[in-house]
Design a protein around this ligand. Structure first.
Ligand code: B3K
Ligand code: ZN
Length: 851
């Protein structure tokens, strides 16, 4: 157990390490409970370095330590060792013993279903051996593994392999967080890729026996990613081999270790029978993301963990571009914005708010957030919009040329753009240092033939940003005539002042503005537009994002009126939506997105921002009522859409088929509301792929008619852990609000609820927390159940526990009763003896100081 009093680390305290590490040799003698790790590390002191060596180390049993062959006796603490060191270059050698089987935190070297694997980012390498475990220490690693396993893997290229032993050498200097080792009874799904300069690369996807039939899609996604990075960013792969390994116990999606990516099996294994269209798209995106890190993260890494967005924001931006190219760009943009509003906006507007580049932290694992990742990617998107696509490419070429092999900062990143474009980015840099989501208010005026758009930006002061300053906000804008003609084509208006006007001359009549097209900046836009303008944009906007946004605004406005004033569903919205749904020239996937309503938590955020106290029951009721109204309003169109979008050809996980299925299934939901569950049952019974089977089951559960299907599903899939995760999750997701906590509680008693497996834990407790009306039931049962399980998981796996604490981050927006119930649970968890520093930090921030 680590030091219970968490230490705060500040960006401003950064000091370079006193040594270069010119080489690292590691030898592993694998044993489940007593693995021996020998290290031989060459240190080269930098001029002026004090002759004292500090190496990180946690949960290690030191067997021996030598400097230049002579035994030394370092001072050991819970976080590392200190030792006198020579003033000139020296060789450090140590032997430690570790316990992979006892490592339930899944950080460092651990065991998952009999195989050895590692997770070192951010600070897990220190649980493997003593080392300067910081990203700015980059070195060349050679790794020898001894163990009775058919597959023994590490980073880089293979040097030798024999029965029970293997040696790997990674020629590219890397920080320790990119170290990886895997050993086990695995089978390879092989592949091959020839790079643009003609280098042949062996590819392997290693899985447990039995999973071989779930590898083909991931392998193809890898090849597509390698090709795309060459074509779009000019980045070529740089080793002879690239390995991916699927593991069942993993705290997140995947990890970009150099040449040896390790994946949560849920993020890489895919087959039509067991994976949904959504799963396939996610697999493709995560494979691309981890592969793209080879350049943005690995060849150029971060100087310190405050710079995390340097690699994560950029790599998320790159994987979004990839998905847009592979699938539909508008659909991807809309999906990204839905996700940003659902996960990042609440974070940015609540007690966990932090800048894209935080300035302090206690546990870095708590900062792998939607702000660092997704807002970080939005910031790069804005930069690209501001400088243009061509200058962006030029700047990226310069970035790779200038910083290859280095550990960099956001200053380095922005300097590259300044040098490539001549632009001063000092004000733009505020996107990296100010927390919070700016609100932009737009007003228009028509005066003597001039049309004036006035934008005002406002960022609420917060603890990390007490004195916010105006940011550079690119606002993509076009103007339309009332007959739908584009009078002023899309252009970027740069808002740099707190309030600023832009004038358009020479227009024949007062135009209708389409602003923040493509969601050109991560802001909350408040527009004072007459409803007819929004209806107009829903019908005519040439920007698919803003057309969708117009539909969403109308839906939101109608739902808010239903919640606040018990109004009826707005027929203007329903008519506008009917026209869009009936337009066969529009992509089915896009129309399916149009049909979806704003999320209930998202509505709660809006109500809160507008000064109301959200009532989860009222939000649920209004959303249900609106769905009923859609079902009643669309009439025969629903039957037509459902029939027309049935996929009759053999299943393919491509965007075209997935789009048709998503529209058919969105329609099926309404048809079930209108006609009962018969069609869902028929689809469930006939399904030959997981997308259709699961959609059928979800609707049966929703209609309270899923009992038999649930049993048959469990019988069919009892041996497939990833499908059974869906079985667990769906029951909570589809429960009526007053059944959510009892359903989740019942499932935690199921014999297959293996709570130490993060996927299974999240399958039940994740949907509990995200079922807005169910989690926030006024009796507090949901809060209590989640708290019980967080308390239980914390000593076993602090990282997954801490991450799930964010379920409570919006607690202050609810009524006094709910706030009181949540505060009680927060205090109960915080009062648990020996609570991990990870969970302590999260809950202390969420709880805040005022009652
Ligand atoms: N870099 C890893 C995340 C590591 C999380 C450590 N708690 C995966 C990714 O973003 O690609
Ligand atoms: Zn990443």
């Amino acid at each position: 157990m680590r030091d219970a009093t968490p230490q705060t680390i500040y960006l401003s305290d950064y000091k370079p390490f006193g040594y270069d590490v010119s080489s690292v040799e590691l030898t592993f003698d694998l044993h489940p409970t007593a693995t021996r790790v020998k290290s031989r590390i060459a240190f080269v002191p930098k001029p002026g370095t004090e002759p004292t060596l500090f190496l990180h180390g946690e949960n290690l049993k030191l067997i021996s330590a030598h400097i230049d062959g002579a035994p030394v006796s370092p001072t050991l603490t819970a976080t590392g060792l200190t030792c006198d060191a020579p003033a000139a270059s020296f060789i450090w050698e140590a032997e430690v013993e570790i316990d992979p089987a006892g490592n339930t935190a899944l950080e460092g070297l651990y065991m998952s279903n009999g195989m050895y694997c590692t997770q070192c980012e951010a600070e897990g390498f220190r649980k493997i051996t003593y080392y300067p475990d910081r990203p700015d220490v980059m070195s060349v690693f050679t790794v020898r593994i001894n163990g009775p396993h058919p597959v023994l893997l590490s980073n880089g290229n293979p040097v030798s392999a024999s029965d029970g032993a293997a040696e790997w050498h990674d020629p590219w200097p890397k920080p320790a967080y990119l170290f990886a080792l895997v050993a086990g009874e695995l089978v390879a799904h092989p592949g091959e890729f020839t790079t643009k300069s003609g280098r042949k690369v062996d590819l392997n996807l290693y899985v447990r026996p039995g999973d071989e039939d779930k590898c083909a899609f991931g392998m193809q996604a890898l090849k597509d990613s390698m090709k795309w990075d060459e074509e779009v960013y000019g980045r070529e792969y740089d080793l002879d081999i690239f390995n991916i390994v699927a593991v069942d116990d993993f705290n997140m999606g995947a990890m970009e270790n150099k040449g040896l990516n390790i994946f949560n099996s849920a993020a890489v294994l895919g087959s039509p029978e067991t994976s949904t269209d959504g799963n396939f798209e996610r697999i493709e995106a995560i494979i691309a993301h981890e592969y793209f890190h080879n350049w943005t993260g690995n060849r150029i890494t971060c100087r310190d963990w405050f710079q995390l967005c340097l690699k994560e924001g950029l790599t998320v931006f790159r994987d979004s571009q990839f998905t847009s190219d592979m699938r539909s760009a508008p659909v991807k943009r809309i999906a990204d914005v839905i996700d940003l509003r659902a996960r990042q906006f609440p974070e940015d507007q609540g007690p966990l708010a932090h800048p894209v580049r935080p300035e302090s932290f206690q546990e870095i694992n708590n900062f792998y957030t939607a702000t660092v990742y997704e807002k970080g990617a939005e910031v790069i998107g804005m930069l690209r919009r501001l400088v243009g696509a061509e200058a962006y490419s030029k700047a990226l070429d310069l970035y790779f040329e200038r910083h290859d092999g280095q550990a960099c900062t956001i200053e380095d990143w922005l300097k590259v753009f300044e040098d490539a474009t001549g632009r001063d980015l000092s004000q733009f840099k505020r996107w990296y240092s100010q927390a919070g989501t700016p609100t932009v208010t737009v007003k228009d005026a028509w005066y003597a033939g001039s049309y004036i758009l006035t934008f005002t930006q406002n960022l609420k002061p917060s603890t990390p940003t007490p004195d916010p300053q105006p940011q550079v906000i690119p606002i993509a804008t076009a103007l339309f005539s009332p007959s739908g003609e584009e009078l002023v084509p899309s252009q970027i208006l740069e808002l740099t002042e707190a309030s600023q006007s832009f004038t358009f001359e020479g227009l024949p009549e007062r135009p209708i503005p389409s602003v923040l097209r493509g969601f050109s900046a991560p802001v909350v836009l408040e527009r004072d537009l007459p409803q007819e303008h929004t209806t107009f944009l829903l019908a005519h906007d040439t920007d698919p994002f803003n057309r969708w946004e117009a539909g969403r605004s109308l839906a939101r406005a109608s739902l808010l009126a239903m919640i606040r004033e018990d109004a009826k569903p707005d027929t203007g919205y329903l008519d506008g939506l009917h026209a869009v749904l009936a337009d066969d020239s529009l992509d089915p996937a896009y129309r399916a997105l149009m049909l979806n309503l704003p999320g209930q938590s998202d509505l709660a955020t809006t109500l809160h921002n507008e000064g109301d106290t959200p009532d989860p029951d009222a939000i649920w009721a209004a959303t249900e009522k609106m769905a009923q109204a859609q079902a009643a309003h669309f009439g025969d169109l629903l039957d037509q859409l459902f029939d027309q979008h049935q996929v009759t050809e053999p299943y393919q996980p491509n965007a075209d088929q997935a789009g048709r299925r998503s529209l058919a299934n969105a329609t099926l939901r309404l048809l079930c509301l209108r006609d009962g569950p018969a069609r869902a049952q028929a689809q469930y019974d006939a399904a030959d792929n997981m997308t259709q089977q699961l959609a059928g089951l979800a609707l049966l559960l929703r209609e309270g008619a899923g009992e038999d299907a649930l049993k048959s599903f469990a019988k069919q899939w009892q041996d497939d852990r990833l499908v059974m995760d869906k079985w667990f999750a769906l029951q909570v997701m589809q429960a009526q609000p007053d059944q959510v906590a009892t359903t989740a509680a019942r499932l935690t008693e199921h014999p297959d609820f293996n709570w130490k497996n993060p996927n299974r834990f999240r399958a039940v407790l994740g949907p509990l927390a995200s079922h807005h009306a169910g989690f926030h039931k006024a009796d507090g049962a949901g809060y209590q159940l989640l708290a019980d399980w967080l308390i239980k998981l914390d000593p076993v796996n602090p990282q997954t526990t801490a991450r799930m604490c964010s379920a409570f981050q919006t607690w202050r927006r609810y009524d006094a009763n709910r706030r009181g119930l949540i505060a009680t649970q927060l205090d109960r968890i915080l009062g648990t003896p020996e609570l991990s520093p990870d969970t302590t930090e999260m809950l202390t921030r969420i709880r805040g100081t005022t009652s």
